[in-house]
Design a protein around this ligand. Structure first.
Ligand SMILES: NC(=O)c1ccc[n+]([C@@H]2O[C@H](COP(=O)([O-])OP(=O)(O)OC[C@H]3O[C@@H](n4cnc5c(N)ncnc54)[C@H](O)[C@@H]3O)[C@@H](O)[C@H]2O)c1
Ligand SMILES: O=C(O)C[C@H](O)C(=O)O
Length: 328
C-alpha cells in the first residue's frame, strides 16, 4: 500500500554530499520503497542556481516516488512541516581560521536552523547533522529547538562505523555481514574510539581475533583519521561515502536495527557510560519503533575507558566553547 509522503529537507543541497545524497533519497533508499518523498533543498543564495540544476536532473530521473522539489534560501520555508532534516551544509575551516571562528561561523548556521525546526517542523521530525563539527553543530541546533524532544537531534558517526566494519573485515578476510555489535564512541573527530571489545565476528569477540598491536596502532588510527586520509587522496572530503552513511543512519532510525545487533550514532547523552548528560556523543544504539536507544550494561575496561574519556573530554571542550560564545 502506498504511504503518505515524507518531507525531507537537505541543507547544503548543492554541495558534494548533497549531489551524492539527493538521488538516493528520491529513489526511496532513505525511508523505504513504498514511501513517496517531497524534497526541500536549502542553500545559500549564491548556490540556489546550482541546486536548481540538481533539481532539473532529479526531474530527469523520473523517480516514481518523488512528489515535489522545493528550493529555497530561507530556513523557515525549508523546515516548514518537514519530517526529516539532513543538515549537511556547514562552514568548512579555511586556512588560518581559529577554532573559535569556526564554531562561531557554524553557530550562525545551526542556531537559525534549530529555531526554524522548532517553529515549523512536523511533530515527528528527525534531524541528522552531517556538517562538521557534527556533534557540536547538532548540540547548537538542538539547544535552539526546546519544543522538539532532544532525542530527535542526532549527529553522524555511521560513516566511522562503516569504515571500522570494512577495516576489520579486511583484516580477518571476512565479510562485513559477519560482524556485529561494533561501536564508535565519542566525537566525529580524530579522538573517536572504535571499539572491538564488544564487537563480534562469527559470534566471537573481535578484539580476541586480532593482535593487540594491530588494534591499537593500526585499526584505531586508521578509522579515526580516515576522513583526513580521504581529503589527502581526493583533494576533497568524503562525499559518496558520507551520503551513504546518512542514508544508512536514517534508514536504520526509521526501520530498526536487526535483532542481536546495534549501530553507532551521535545521540543526546542521558549520562550513560559517564558521558555528561546533554552532550551529543556517539554510542552503541539500537533502533526500535522509530527511536534510538543507548545499549546499556556494557563492561568498559581500562583501555576503552581512557579512549572514551579522551573523546568525551573534547566534546565537553567544544560544548564549553560554544557556550562561551553564547551559541547555546
Ligand atoms: N559527519 C561526517 O561523517 C561527515 C563526513 C563527510 C563530510 N562531512 C561534513 O559535511 C559538510 C558538507 O560537506 P560537502 O563536501 O558537501 O561540502 P561542500 O562545501 O561541497 O557543500 C556544502 C554546501 O553547504 C552550503 N551551505 C553553506 N552554508 C549553508 C547554509 N547556511 N544553509 C544551507 N546551505 C549552506 C554551501 O553553499 C555548499 O553548497 C562539511 O562540513 C563536511 O566536513 C561530515
Ligand atoms: O570533512 C571532513 O573534515 C572529514 C569528514 O568528516 C570525514 O570523516 O570524512
Amino acid at each position: 500500500m502506498t504511504q503518505a509522503p515524507v518531507t525531507v529537507t537537505v541543507t547544503g543541497a548543492a554541495g558534494q554530499i548533497g549531489y551524492a545524497l539527493l538521488f538516493r533519497i528520491a529513489s526511496g533508499q532513505l525511508i523505504g520503497p513504498d514511501t513517496p518523498i517531497k524534497l526541500r533543498l536549502l542553500e545559500i543564495p549564491q548556490a540556489v542556481k546550482a541546486a536548481e540544476g540538481t533539481a532539473m536532473e532529479l526531474d530527469d530521473c523520473a523517480f516514481p516516488l518523488l512528489r515535489s522539489i522545493d528550493i529555497t534560501d530561507d530556513a523557515g520555508v525549508a523546515f516548514d512541516g518537514t519530517n526529516v532534516g539532513l543538515l549537511v551544509g556547514a562552514r568548512p575551516r579555511s586556512q588560518g581560521m581559529e577554532r573559535g571562528d569556526l564554531l562561531q561561523a557554524n553557530g550562525g548556521i545551526f542556531k537559525p536552523q534549530g529555531e526554524a525546526i522548532n517553529a515549523g517542523a512536523a511533530e515527528d521530525v528527525r534531524v541528522l547533522v552531517v556538517g562538521n563539527p557534527a556533534n557540536t553543530n547538532a548540540l547548537i541546533a538542538q539547544s535552539h529547538a526546546p519544543d522538539v524532544p532532544a532525542e530527535r537531534f542526532t549527529a553522524m558517526t555511521r560513516l566511522d562505523h562503516n569504515r571500522a566494519l570494512t577495516q576489520l573485515a579486511q583484516k580477518l578476510g571476512t565479510s562485513v555481514t559477519d560482524i556485529s555489535k561494533l561501536t564508535i564512541w565519542g566525537n566525529h573527530s580524530a579522538t573517536q574510539y572504535p571499539d572491538l571489545f564488544h564487537a563480534e565476528v562469527g559470534g566471537k569477540v573481535a578484539a580476541e581475533q586480532v593482535e593487540r598491536s594491530w588494534l591499537a596502532d593500526e585499526f584505531i588510527p586508521t578509522v579515526a583519521k580516515r576522513g583526513a586520509a580521504i581529503i589527502e587522496a581526493r583533494g576533497a572530503s568524503s562525499a559518496a561515502s558520507a551520503a551513504n552513511a546518512a542514508i544508512d543512519h536514517v534508514h536504520t532510525w526509521v526501520n530498526g536495527t536487526p535483532e542481536g545487533d546495534w549501530t553507532s550514532a551521535g545521540v543526546v547523552s542521558d549520562g550513560s557510560y559517564g558521558v555528561p548528560e546533554g552532550l551529543i556523543s556517539s554510542f552503541p544504539v539500537t533502533a526500535r519503533d522509530g527511536r534510538f536507544e543507548i545499549v546499556q550494561g556494557l563492561e568498559i575496561d581500562e583501555f576503552s575507558r581512557e579512549r572514551i574519556d579522551a573523546s568525551v573530554r573534547e566534546l565537553t571542550e567544544e560544548r564549553d566553547a560554544v557556550r562561551e560564545l553564547g551559541l547555546i
